[in-house]
Design a protein around this ligand. Structure first.
Ligand SMILES: Cc1cc2nc3c(=O)[nH]c(=O)nc-3n(C[C@H](O)[C@H](O)[C@H](O)COP(=O)(O)OP(=O)(O)OC[C@H]3O[C@@H](n4cnc5c(N)ncnc54)[C@H](O)[C@@H]3O)c2cc1C
Length: 374
């Protein structure tokens, strides 16, 4: 089943198709591909984007709608793994990307902050470490020691991240695609690419995250397709959750739409082996978990109006793979955000465009696919 987000009617894309050769061909019409197409088209490049389904038909229109700064690992981990300067630069980059999303997305984005919750003493320790690191490096962040009902007694402390927000992700990415088309990008929906060799273009950008399948065989065993499942309820009587909430290392996440629907997902850890899958379908086990959790969060039984699944790409170190495919400089990858691609994908799509325009940003160096594929 398609997602609640994608079920909203899509306005027609402005027509901007051109005949003949493109300079850059992009595979994938999610947030990464559309962001890359917009940046290239604005720079006057003849760019053609191929999307097998519809714009945002992959993870970009099926996700939880959390727009968070940073990468999949926490900030304190990133400082250790990437070094303080690079971690700081990366977090700042994603904060600027959030500012840009706010400028472009209109009513598809609500900048409400987010709450990262501690489900036990161990997670509270991890959150305190991340909070200390963020504060030490001058980022806006608040510690919440005691949560109010109905979260009191269930969670034991939280970080409030003020720059974050919530998206209607399909509406947002459709807008991004429309901006790219208005700037001159040739956006082709229902245009499946069967082989990169068949594509025209001096450069090719593969922006397929968890959906690439066998398009780049080198990624087999390096980029793991991972399934996420989500539900949305009928409107609740009250808006209990004013901003996105996530806890248990991101295995539980939810927020409430302005019309008071609870959007809730996660619980992948209940069946980890089964959820490393590229099958875009819900399963009774995870859905039962989500149903129970929705009722607990609402404090009453709830009506589920839609259920769906989506696939994202996971990497071993949970940082994305962004850069040229080793041994083939014609092909660039921007993929593998490990479940954290709404803001990172937007930022990386633009950074890939900048690299192709001869303006590489050193911030991409740690994401070089050669670290995993070389
Ligand atoms: C259930 C779920 C919840 C998530 N929640 C969040 C969240 O709350 N916050 C967050 O930041 N991230 C979240 N993510 C991750 C986030 O959605 C992704 O990282 C992000 O959308 C990736 O965008 P993308 O453009 O790179 O890839 P996608 O949006 O997946 O787009 C790839 C596109 O490539 C197309 N494609 C694939 N193969 C071909 C081909 N051969 N030819 C043509 N087209 C092709 C696909 O149809 C697809 O539309 C979630 C993901 C899922 C699945």
């Amino acid at each position: 089943m398609t997602s609640w987000w994608l079920a909203e009617e899509a306005p027609p894309l402005p027509s901007s198709s051109f005949e003949g050769r493109s300079e850059v061909a992009i595979v994938g019409g999610g947030v990464t591909g559309c962001s890359c197409a917009l940046a290239l088209a604005e720079a006057g490049v003849r760019v053609r984007l191929h999307e097998a389904r519809e714009i945002a038909g992959g993870a970009s229109g099926r996700n939880g709608g959390f727009a968070l700064r940073g990468a999949a690992p926490g900030y304190d981990e990133a400082r250790e793994q990437l070094g303080v300067e690079r971690a700081q630069a990366l977090w700042r980059l994603t904060e600027r990307a959030l500012d840009r999303i706010e400028e472009l997305a209109g009513d598809a984005f609500r900048r409400e902050g987010s709450l990262r919750l501690a489900a036990d003493v161990e997670e509270r320790g991890a959150l305190e470490a991340e909070f200390d690191a963020l504060r030490a490096d001058g980022f806006a962040v608040e510690w919440i020691d005691e949560l109010e009902p109905p979260l009191e007694g269930r969670y034991f402390g939280a970080i409030h991240h003020p720059p974050d927000g919530a998206l209607q992700p399909a509406r947002w990415v459709r807008r991004l695609a429309a901006l790219a088309a208005e700037a001159g990008a040739d956006i082709r929906e229902r245009s499946q690419v069967h082989s990169l060799d068949a594509l025209e273009g001096d450069q090719i950008v593969v922006a397929t995250d968890g959906y690439g399948g066998s398009l780049v065989p080198e990624l087999d065993g390096t980029l793991w397709p991972t399934r996420g499942q989500v539900i949305v309820t009928a409107p609740l009587p009250e808006r209990i959750y004013a901003r996105p909430h996530y806890g248990r290392g991101g295995y539980d996440y939810w927020h409430q739409t302005p019309d008071r629907r609870l959007v809730l997902g996660g619980r992948r850890d209940r069946a980890p082996d089964l959820e490393y899958s590229d099958e875009e379908q819900t399963t009774p086990l995870i859905q039962d978990e989500l149903d129970r959790f929705a009722a607990e969060l609402a404090g009453a039984s709830v009506t589920i109006e839609r259920r769906w699944a989506g696939i994202f790409g996971m990497t071993k170190d949970r940082y994305p793979l962004v850069g040229p495919l080793p041994g083939d400089d014609r092909v660039w990858l921007s993929t593998g955000y490990s479940g954290h691609g709404n803001v990172m994908g937007f930022a990386c799509g633009r950074l890939v465009a900048e690299s192709l325009l001869g303006r590489p940003d050193p911030i991409l160096e740690p994401f070089d696919p050669a670290r995993a594929l070389g």
